[in-house]
Design a protein around this ligand. Structure first.
Ligand code: IMP
Ligand code: MG
Length: 191
């Protein structure tokens, strides 16, 4: 059972990116997307639920006309390592035919989720599909390589929470991104 403190901040080992640093980076990505898709029909497609906060900040930093939608996928459950299966829980509702799609994801880890969502979206015949990931985890072994056009921050292979990222559906509301203390998800040894 996860042991979650009353004050969520007590469960954070180290803050990696503050609210201000994230906000500045998201603004830069928004500017870049606005330049790259100038004059093109653009749809941002966020992956529920982790990318919700990133998408809501990013859309307000994209200054050109666009729409957004969300797809549902889940792979982790209450664990800190991927279960290996990606379940699609919600499809898009906005028409993607001949539109330029940017998938918005919280973190690129094994690559399974992004690959599954990219395949799902291809069925809707968009003109192009690119990916924006807030975090790019540098892992030793990637299951599926996916090209990430827009990267917020590169991080080492640690379990992080906040700004949309959860552990067991908790910590998404933290305004910063931080490393979760291991004691939250590890059994205490020797007693
Ligand atoms: P992938 O399919 O292994 O790339 O996993 C992607 C999904 O796993 C993300 O959308 C996150 O929800 C979750 N995930 C991967 N790494 C972390 C992490 O460090 N913290 C929280 N969630 C993570
Ligand atoms: Mg998750």
């Amino acid at each position: 059972m996860p042991r979650i403190s009353e004050d969520l901040t007590d469960d954070i080992e180290e803050v990696l990116y503050t609210r201000e640093e994230i906000s500045e980076r998201v603004r830069k990505i928004g500017e870049k997307i606005s330049r790259d898709y100038q004059g093109k029909p653009l749809v941002l497609v966020g992956i529920l639920r982790g990318a919700l906060i990133f998408l809501s900040d990013l859309t307000r930093n994209v200054t050109i006309e666009h729409s957004f939608d969300m797809v549902g996928a889940s792979s982790y459950g209450a664990s800190t390592s991927s279960s290996g299966r990606v379940q699609i829980t919600k499809d898009v509702e906005v028409n993607l035919r001949d539109k330029h799609v940017v998938i918005i994801e919280d973190i690129y880890d094994s690559g399974r989720t992004l690959a599954a969502i990219r395949d799902l979206l291809r069925v809707h015949h968009p003109a192009s599909i690119e990916v924006a990931a807030l975090l790019y985890k540098k892992v030793k072994k990637r299951i599926t390589e996916v090209d990430i056009k827009y990267v917020g921050f590169e991080i080492t292979d640690k379990f992080v929470v906040g700004y949309g990222l959860d552990y067991s559906e908790v910590y998404r509301n933290l305004p910063y991104i931080g490393v979760l203390k291991r004691r939250v998800y590890e059994e205490t040894k020797g007693n």
